[in-house]
Ligand binder design. Structure first.
Ligand code: AHR
Length: 680
């Protein structure tokens, strides 16, 4: 018999306390269901200025002069500037003509304030580019400046460069400019410096040269890195309600989002008009971040792409009339869009859409496996619209897994109607959405324990804990998300994907909160909820291990003292996730059962995510206010016989023979712990 040891302080505590603790049993007898590589992922939607003004690194707003109310929205023109509409790009026909101002003491030119200003970092390089021509010949020098319009200094500009346009036909010109200083809210200023010459400008663009992976039409590096660091297994895009549009005309049309960026037509943003109390009259989609870029990013961050396409229903929150939607018998063009999308992603380069993909720089297929049809649709019209898509896609592409929706509610009439309908139609996965309060998250630990195992799999496609009256991200809400996620993990046989929502928010441009990652024009921070997502993804493991308390799942049920737990195995490693949602510290005996004779399990490390600042989050000023703390997990395991001796009794025969191993855990109040053990 092994002697009883006092386990190392603070990490695993003394065996003699075992008797007083709750016991969580983790069975190592056999690995359970595999945890899908797609299990933890991300969901991107252009809400809160997530694309233009966010992840998409373009710094110029309305670069193509296509904003519908005013082609010069976002610009300040001075001198003699005219908007014209016979430009070189068919789907973005507007451009500006700059004339000599007509007086030696006047100037012609344009200012652009970007998205809540233009964020520039000292010493960093920016690529200014413009399509231009001198329609009447000659040569026009443009003086391009980075300007601080609020400066009290002798001059407003802090970076200046010149570019000469000398082609009578449209041509792209570019220069690199190094920012002379850091400014979160600079202005881009363009002067027509030459006199007696006319110049036309179109698609005026400014990008940092240092984008994610160095792509020219690239993404903001810190934001893309925050996605990559989540190691997402699945990447759902482009929405959300923007897939549906406020009306069908403004639905997300993936075909408009591919091909040369200059010719991608502008679209209204579904979130422009939704919240009059957080209203942004200049919220459009340039489609600069389009389906090619989504697929490419997916590949670069190692996730499976999951595009969602319109099923011909405009946003049902915003349209009561059936006339707002495409009649179910006239869906052919929409179905064709779906088939063409599969060809764009996977088709050979001698197909029409595969060739376009190749021309954009990716001849190899993107290996699309999943497709969502419709976002958060409901009512009988949804299955009616979905059915013809299912038939056509199944016939042409039986390899593609189809994702249907259970509507906007986590339970109730629509939900109860749609799940059987999705089963009837043979959807492979059903997308469930729940933005719910504290008590919902606390009560849903066992949500999936009794789901039908034979039906479609679950995609928890949009969820976040929304506290009543406390809409900002905060630790307690993220803790409850962690608690709820033990139930996703425990049920990994049926839950195959889960994505928090929404993903991004600009601190000056948000419409919806909480969100996973926040930023201004220069910096970003990862919320407490981001850390919960990251931890689940990092410790995803390969197989679920049966984890119980008195034979029941540890799901915060009555008598379980606010504890939630789940475990997974990853080769020789065992990850035990325990969430204490109570305000009391909890002692827990962790009992590993089912160990084969001669095998051992030993403590290795621990990640602890806790704070007493329950209603706080990280911020731009304090991005590491609340972060997980990693450390070793010392100590030794107790045997059953050792435990008996610690309790002052003679071990039974069964205890002497038992291969069970025990560890004592002391959970802080309000904490999410991950315990790593090595099984040998
Ligand atoms: O994530 C914000 C919105 O919530 C999504 O667009 C929609 O699907 C849901 O209603």
């Amino acid at each position: 018999m092994k002697p009883i040891r006092i386990l190392l302080a603070g990490l695993l505590s003394a065996c003699s306390l075992c008797a007083a603790a709750q016991t969580i049993e983790v069975s190592l007898a056999k690995p359970g269901a595999p945890v899908q590589p797609t299990m933890y992922g991300i969901f991107f939607e252009d809400i809160n200025f997530a694309a233009d003004g966010g992840l998409y690194a373009e710094l110029v707003k309305n670069r193509s002069f296509e904003f519908p109310q005013d082609a010069l929205q976002g610009w300040k023109a001075f001198g003699r500037v005219e908007v014209r509409d016979d430009g070189p790009f068919e789907r973005n026909p507007h451009y500006v003509r700059l004339f000599d101002p007509g007086h030696p003491h006047k100037w012609t030119g344009l200012d652009n304030d970007g998205f809540f200003g233009i964020g520039l970092k000292e010493g960093e390089s920016y690529r200014f580019s413009v399509w231009a021509r001198v329609p009447e010949g000659g040569a026009a020098t443009l003086r391009v400046e980075f300007v601080d319009t609020a400066s009290m200094g002798e001059q407003q500009y802090f970076t200046q460069a010149r570019l000469t346009v000398d082609s009578r036909t449209w041509k792209q010109y570019e220069i690199e400019m190094k920012a002379g200083r850091t400014d979160p809210k600079a202005t881009l200023r363009i002067f027509l410096e030459s006199r007696g010459v006319t110049v036309d400008l179109e698609h005026v663009s400014l990008f940092p040269t240092d984008t994610w992976m160095g792509h020219r039409n690239g993404l903001r590096k810190d934001l893309a890195q925050a996605l990559a660091d989540l190691h997402p297994g699945i990447f759902r895009f482009p929405g959300g309600c923007i897939v549906e549009g406020t009306d069908l005309d403004t639905r997300y049309n993936w075909k408009d989002s591919v091909g040369p960026v200059e010719n991608r037509p502008l679209n209204e943003n579904r979130w422009e008009y939704t919240f009059p109390h957080r209203f942004f009259p200049d919220y459009f989609q340039s489609y600069g971040l389009g389906f090619f870029e989504f697929f490419q990013l997916s590949e670069e961050i190692g996730s499976e792409p999951l595009p969602i396409i319109s099923c011909g229903l405009a946003c049902q929150f915003q349209n009561d009339s059936p006339d707002a939607h495409v009649p179910a018998d006239r869906l052919d063009p929409y179905i064709q869009d779906a088939l063409d999308l599969i060809e764009f992603a996977n088709g050979s380069t001698d197909t029409k859409w595969g060739a376009l993909r190749a021309s954009m720089g990716h001849p190899a297929p993107f290996n699309l496996k999943y497709l969502g049809v419709g976002n958060e649709q409901w009512g009988p019209e949804y299955p009616e619209h979905l059915e013809p898509f299912v038939k056509a896609i199944r016939a042409a592409h039986p390899e593609i897994k189809l994702v249907g929706s259970s509507g906007p509610d986590s339970e109730g009439k629509q939900f109860d109607y749609l799940w059987p309908e999705m089963r009837r139609l043979g959807a492979d996965l059903v997308d469930e959405h729940f933005y719910r309060p504290y008590d919902w998250f606390l009560s849903q630990g066992a949500r999936y324990d009794n789901y039908d195992r034979k039906g479609p799999k679950v995609f928890a496609g949009e969820y976040a804990c929304h506290a009543r009256g406390r809409k900002l991200n905060h630790f307690y809400a993220s803790l409850l998300e962690a608690a709820f996620m033990t139930g996703l993990e425990r049920n990994a046989d049926i839950v195959h994907m889960a994505t928090y929502a929404p993903l991004f928010a600009h601190v000056e441009g948000w419409q919806w909160r909480p969100d996973l990652i926040w930023y201004d024009n220069l910096q970003s921070f990862r919320t407490v909820s981001w850390h919960v997502q990251e931890l689940y993804s990092e410790f995803r493991g390969r197989n679920v291990l049966r984890t119980t308390m008195d034979g029941a799942s540890v799901s915060g049920a009555e008598g379980q003292q606010g504890l939630f737990a789940s475990s997974v195995q990853d080769g020789d490693k065992v990850y035990v996730k325990v969430v204490n949602t109570s305000d009391e510290p909890r002692k827990v005996t962790l009992r590993f059962t089912g160990l084969k004779k001669g095998r051992e399990v030993a403590p290795s490390s621990r990640v602890r995510f806790t704070t007493d600042k329950l209603y706080e989050d990280n911020s731009l000023d304090a991005p590491e206010n609340i972060v997980p703390v990693r450390g070793p997990l010392g100590g030794e395991m107790c045997t059953a016989a050792g435990l008996a001796a610690a309790e002052g009794r003679k071990p039974t025969r069964a205890e002497i023979r038992s291969t069970d191993r025990m560890a004592e855990l002391t959970l802080a109040p309000y904490c999410f712990d991950i315990y790593v053990f090595e099984a040998s």
